[in-house]
Ligand binder design. Sequence first.
Ligand SMILES: [Zn+2]
Length: 104
Amino acid sequence: MEQKPPGCASASSTDDLTCQQVTALLVEYVNDTLTPETMRAFQEHLRDCADCLAYLRTYRATIRALGTVRYEDIPAALQDRLLSFLHTRLTRAPQSFLDGRDPG
Ligand SMILES: [Zn+2]
């Protein structure tokens, strides 16, 4: 029993990274601790994913602004902010769901 994602005619075996994985790998990426294989998959994802690319730039800019700070040293609030940034871009709703409720 095998399940393949729809719309992936010629998908690589394990080279595909999800946006979540890329987000998690950002730390290792900026610290240059990724394996060559992962680095390649990471960069290939960035080619096709403008959201993750924007996230990476934001992340790097944040690090620069703060100086030589590691991800663990970044306040949790800021980490949350960075993640929500990506999350918002990925799940941007056409309309405010809070305001479009049906009374039922
Ligand atoms: Zn992505």
